[in-house]
Write a protein that binds this ligand. Structure first.
Ligand code: ADP
Length: 274
């Protein structure tokens, strides 16, 4: 299921003194089955863009296509619901949205809301908690008695419980320590591979984009300025510099190595902080 945006624009608070155009002339394609990274500086429009992917925001100009569903500013009701079902978003600090008495109820909330029978929703939730590496017995606990990292996994399980075709991740490792970050990123990588799920990672980490993505979109000042495979996008330091971006260290390291420049002194830093 490809996702395409054609000449998409979005203006917050249109027609008020607080009007702010956050996106303009966005033309991108997120290929079916890809692991796409959306990168760019703060304020470049990444979050606004991702909220268009499951119709939380409707474009004020242009068209968003999710598979065969078309979203414009006029789209209502059933179409929006159908897109929300297909595209799951893990927002930043998703654990802030936990609210039920038990972990199990929290993970089941979405599926029950969409009419999945209770037994099936419970079975899905249990399976996901295991898949996400949560210890046995977590299902019956209050989410608020868990560690921060575990709460985040529960919140992610809640999104996965909807069995989305597309998973959108907004800075999913924000606030985690380096080992927690690596674990979560490896988990998404595994889900992408095993479930064949189109994955869209919104990040300001060029390293994560280089390490995990097979398709990269660079946002700048509310529009897409570069799009393609990581080898192409990260292939030209001079071009990246136009948007104040650098070649990721891991890519630079690899290049030095391949050019036969000998082994650089130490391994590249793989844990650069957010
Ligand atoms: P990013 O995710 O890349 O940091 P955003 O999509 O959050 O970028 O923001 C793009 C632009 O839209 C910024 O100038 C930001 O200040 C503005 N913006 C974001 N959210 C709102 C909002 N709710 N109301 C008004 N302006 C907003």
């Amino acid at each position: 299921m490809d996702i395409t945006l054609q000449r998409v624009g979005y203006t917050y608070a249109a027609g008020t003194p607080f009007q702010k155009q956050a996106l303009h002339d966005v033309d991108v394609r997120i290929p079916d089955g890809s692991y796409t990274a959306v990168i760019g500086h703060t304020g470049s429009g990444k979050s606004t863009l991702l909220q268009h992917l499951n119709a939380l925001l409707k474009p004020t100009e242009g068209t968003v296509r999710v598979g065969d569903t078309v979203i414009t500013k006029e789209t209502k009701g059933k179409q929006l619901r159908s897109v929300r079902r297909k595209v799951g978003i893990v927002f930043q600090f998703p654990e802030h949205q936990l609210f039920e008495e038990t972990v199990l109820k929290d993970v089941m909330f979405g599926p029950l809301n969409f009419g999945i029978p209770e037994a099936e929703a419970a079975a899905r939730a249990e399976e996901l908690l295991g898949l996400l590496g949560l210890p046995e017995g977590t299902a019956e606990k209050s989410p608020f008695d868990l560690s921060g990292g575990q709460m985040r996994r529960v919140a992610i399980a809640g999104v996965l419980a909807m069995d989305p075709d597309v998973l959108v991740l907004d800075e999913p490792t924000a606030g985690l320590d380096p080992s927690g970050r690596r674990e979560i990123m490896d988990l998404f990588h595994r889900l992408h591979e095993e479930r064949d799920m189109t994955t869209i990672l919104v990040t300001h980490s060029m390293e994560d984009a280089a390490r995990y993505a097979d398709h990269v979109i660079v946002m700048h000042d509310g529009t897409d300025v570069l799009e393609g495979p990581p080898e192409d996008v990260f292939g030209d330091a001079g071009r990246l510099a136009r948007w104040r971006l650098e070649v990721p260290r891991t890519v630079a390291f690899q290049r030095e190595f391949e050019r036969g420049a000998g082994l650089p002194e130490g391994p590249p830093c793989l844990t650069e902080e957010q």
